[in-house]
Design a protein around this ligand. Structure first.
Ligand SMILES: *Cc1c(COP(=O)(O)O)cnc(C)c1O
Length: 362
């Protein structure tokens, strides 16, 4: 079966010597290797400060705290995402206000964001779903007009670009996950890319019990609620080695995605996803809309290719559905949406096989 997602670990001979070095160094907790990973990640992104963490969910949680979201506030978000995006909103005691999606892209619709803003709105979370960049320019304009901070959940979109700049450069907070199946894995881990230096310093304290690591325990005086969210040297070393090859790894997703874009055009029963002007997806999954989705999935499965909707609409989780909302664009998009593989493990033969199967029909 050709899988939809697959973990990428560097070759043994490259990774193991460096991993062993850390494991037996006597210092496996958060230390210099974590710092090194952060500085390398900053270089890769191109601006801002990297707060490394033990998960993407921790990054979302800290982003919401730094954005000033508190109990009883509202956060506008998208229902088309993995659950952590919206579970994190509940972690700060806030309520989730759904915006509908753009039926062309599957990403949050700027008009719907604007319609849902009210006096309780304290943040907007946008997700580059499946690796497709959100409508950055319009969302930036809304953020500015209403003075509401945007948190970009780029867990699917490491290396995706808008106007030639990678995710992580467009909003005050950008969330990455280094969980097993993401573009870059540290086994588990995450990062929050923060544009403001002061908020970055505050974030460092929040990720470690509210303590300032540059002072001794006795010199410290906890003033805010913190957590145990930091990364350790072992995961950071895996991250450093992964970063050395990340451009070419992501390029494989992109090349495969573009090949599918090119070759799945104009097929009956298939509608391709559109991308915003000047945006370059990093194709974590290849998303398309098909007629008779069940028939499509059955046909692909019978031919040993995974095809699935993968995510459940988050508004269908009772706990997350604070404000039940009609979402007509999501209804029609979700009923046709399916993901097929396009990652680094997918060969040219696999792509051609998928293309010819889809052309034959289902
Ligand atoms: C994976 C993922 C996360 C959470 O990341 P973890 O590292 O698993 O906590 C958040 N948002 C989205 C969209 C994800 O896919």
């Amino acid at each position: 079966m050709l899988p939809l997602i697959k973990t990428s670990i560097p070759p043994r001979e490259i990774l193991m010597p460096r991993l062993e070095e850390v494991l037996y160094s006597g210092y496996v907790a958060q230390g210099e290797i974590v710092e090194e990973f952060e500085r390398e990640f900053e270089k890769y992104i191109g601006s801002g400060y990297t707060l490394s963490l033990n998960s993407g969910t921790a990054a979302l949680h800290i982003a919401l705290i730094l954005a000033g979201v508190k109990e009883g506030d509202e956060v506008i978000s998208t229902p088309l995402t993995a659950e952590p995006t919206n579970v994190a909103i509940k972690m700060v005691g806030a309520k989730v206000r759904w915006a509908d999606i753009d039926p062309d892209t599957g990403n949050i619709c700027p008009n719907s964001i604007e319609e849902n803003i009210n006096s309780k709105t304290k943040a907007i979370i946008v997700v580059d779903y499946a690796g497709i960049p959100v409508d950055v320019l319009r969302i930036q304009a809304i953020s500015k007009k209403y003075n509401i901070p945007v948190i970009e959940d780029a867990a699917h979109a490491l290396g995706a670009k808008t106007n030639g700049k990678k995710t992580g450069n467009h909003f005050p907070f950008t969330v990455y996950s280094f969980q097993a199946i993401k573009h870059l894995t540290t086994i588990d881990g995450g990062a929050l890319q923060i544009q403001d230096k002061e908020l970055y310093e505050k974030g460092k304290t929040i990720r470690w019990f509210g303590l300032d690591k540059s002072k001794t325990r006795l010199e410290n005086n906890i003033q805010i609620q913190g957590y145990k969210y930091h990364m350790n040297n072992v995961n950071a070393m895996i991250g450093i080695v992964q970063l050395e090859n990340i451009e070419s790894l992501i390029q494989k997703y992109i090349d495969n995605g573009k090949y599918l874009d090119e070759n799945l055009k104009g097929i009956e029963g298939v509608e391709l996803i559109k991308y915003y002007p000047n945006s370059e997806p990093s194709y974590w999954l290849y998303t398309l809309k098909v007629d008779n989705r069940k028939g499509f999935i059955d046909m692909m499965t019978a031919n040993s290719i995974t095809a699935t909707e993968l995510h459940k609409r988050n508004d269908k989780h009772t706990f997350l559905n604070d404000f039940p909302t009609t979402l007509p664009n999501l209804d029609s998009f979700y009923s046709k949406m399916v993901h097929i593989p396009c990652g680094w493990w997918v060969t040219k033969e696999d792509l051609d096989k998928m293309i010819s199967l889809i052309k034959k029909g289902w």
